[in-house]
Design a protein around this ligand. Structure first.
Ligand SMILES: [Zn+2]
Length: 60
């Protein structure tokens, strides 16, 4: 049985995603992140969400 994980950034449940530093993100967020320049405030948001999710993985 395949379990569906939810994206750490948009919380969407999808099988089509990747694990990045133990954090699960969906394809659309991955694509968006790649296409966002690092000086864009949106990129900071992605990083923040990733850090939050990553911390919760370590704590649990
Ligand atoms: Zn997502």
């Amino acid at each position: 049985m395949k379990s569906t994980e939810s994206c750490s950034i948009c919380s969407k449940k999808t099988d089509d995603g990747i694990h990045l530093l133990q954090v699960y993100i969906c394809r659309s967020c991955e694509k968006e992140m790649i296409n966002t320049p690092t000086d864009d405030p949106k990129y900071q948001y992605f990083v923040q969400q990733m850090n939050k999710a990553h911390r919760s993985v370590i704590v649990s």
